[in-house]
Design a protein around this ligand. Sequence first.
Ligand SMILES: Nc1ncnc2c1ncn2[C@@H]1O[C@H](COP(=O)(O)OP(=O)(O)OP(=O)(O)O)[C@@H](O)[C@H]1O
Length: 228
Amino acid sequence: MNDASADPSLVVQGLSKSFPTGGDPLRVLSDLDLELHSGDSLAVVGPSGSGKSTLLQILGTLDRPDSGSVRIDQTDPFELSESGLAAFRNQKIGFIFQDHHLLPQLTVIENVLVPALAIGKPSSGDLQNAQDLLSQVGLTQRLGHLPSELSGGERERVAIARALLMKPTLILADEPTGNLDRSTAETITALLLTLQASVGAILITVTHSETLAAAMSQRKELVDGKLV
Ligand SMILES: Nc1ncnc2c1ncn2[C@@H]1O[C@H](COP(=O)(O)OP(=O)(O)OP(=O)(O)O)[C@@H](O)[C@H]1O
């Protein structure tokens, strides 16, 4: 699926971000560049505090850079209106968090349908897609269950299915296997890569796990605010 000859789906140029402190601002990202194509998977590694989550927040359009640009499918999301940005994020970006962020009062299938619910009533196609994804992650028997009735690994599978529902361009995963035992982590990693390949998305995962990082096609370290 990786087509290096095509225009890259993600182009990041000169990205910088600082946070105010009592004294000099803390420069976390410094003139950072990144280009990825459809089908690429990237592990971002680096010590605690090096800026991995900050980078993921900006790529996910949940925070804005101080300078530099992000283009996803040739669009700079930060040039959109607030409502345009919310719709763009919902359509183009799938998020997977360590603590899954499922809504406790919604069933498994309803949680997967959340990105479609956010833009109106889910279509029959959305419903079919959600059922297919839940089948691919092995949860066909659990559609009507609440997150509290699932194991940690099962909840992470629901989160993966939800992230894939809209067939996003970009999947952002923050320590997706952080809370799981080794064998569950390996299963989840394999599932994530299979589903990412099936939609041709870019996968960027932030992790301290060398096993997860090794499963990605690329590995970059955040050093002095840049990816090397
Ligand atoms: N909203 C904020 N305001 C002030 N400082 C912040 C803010 N967000 C992050 N920082 C600081 O920016 C630096 C980078 O934080 P970030 O969470 O991106 O690191 P990280 O590499 O993800 O770390 P970890 O591996 O521990 O999750 C840290 O020193 C952090 O304290």
